[in-house]
Design a protein around this ligand. Structure first.
Ligand SMILES: [Cu+2]
Length: 246
């Protein structure tokens, strides 16, 4: 089973990944369900420690899968938002759309009783939605306020190699270190629905929140099937169902 892909399947799966990191027990003021199925949050060792003891292999759980190390709570602040994937406003620099993203740790509530430490873009899980038009010039000013290195990879976008964010392995850029800012700039291409995510310590950072959505809408030059639909002799069903004037 590809654990990483499974965890990326959707918000519900992400919530499982977040819960499994076992950080709630170390939060300053957590509200933790004491008897959630599959969890032992009553001051027990972290999943990695207990799993290692069970198998005799450091970091390995009974399933044979690697257990994530605890997410550091250093610098984490209470989340000020409750919903991820909200459209991210931008400013214009000429014709370039300029977005700002900051990686930071927050205490994120994943259900009525459980709060975990999440590593986020702009304080939400998932991070904000970046929505542009195919062909737009896009600049993302990215600041790392985590205590660990990170980066952003623009999954599915055809960007120059030095803007592709692959920082581990160090293929296209050096990791963005804590306190550093890195500016990504590229032309949105192709149109479609994509994601962006960390490309440093991905098995941990993506699972605990450093991912979000992006979309590049087809430009006006993109052929559109709606033209053919509009030229039909009979209107679509939805139009026919409208009340007709007498
Ligand atoms: Cu990716």
């Amino acid at each position: 089973m590809n654990l990483r892909r499974a965890r990326l399947a959707g918000p519900m799966v992400l919530a499982v990944g977040l819960a499994a990191c076992g950080q709630a027990a170390s939060l300053p003021s957590p509200s933790v369900a004491p008897n959630m199925p599959g969890m032992n949050m009553g001051g027990a060792p972290s999943p990695s420690a207990s799993a290692g003891a069970a198998t005799g292999m450091s970091g390995m759980g009974a399933t044979g899968l690697m257990a994530d190390a605890p997410v550091p709570t250093d610098g984490a602040v209470p989340a000020t938002q409750t919903t991820g994937l909200q459209p991210l406003p931008f400013k214009l620099d000429g014709t370039t759309k300029v977005f700002e993203l900051t990686a930071k740790a927050v205490f994120w509530k994943i259900n009525g009783e459980t709060t975990v430490t999440a590593l986020t873009y702009n304080g939400t899980v998932p991070g904000p939605l970046i929505r542009v038009t195919e062909g737009d010039r896009v600049r993302v000013v990215f600041k790392n306020e985590l205590t660990t290195p990170t980066s952003i990879h623009w999954h599915g976008q055809f960007v120059p190699s030095n803007m592709d964010g692959v920082a581990q392995p160090e293929v296209s850029q050096k990791p963005v270190m804590p306190g550093q800012t890195f500016t990504y700039e590229f032309t949105a291409n192709p149109a479609g629905t994509f994601m962006y995510h960390s490309h440093f310590d991905t098995d941990t950072q993506i699972n605990v929140g450093l991912f979000a959505g992006s979309s590049a809408l087809g430009s006006s030059s993109t052929p559109c099937t709606c033209t053919a639909r509009a030229s039909r002799s009979s209107p679509p069903t939805a139009t026919r169902s409208q009340p007709r004037p007498n």
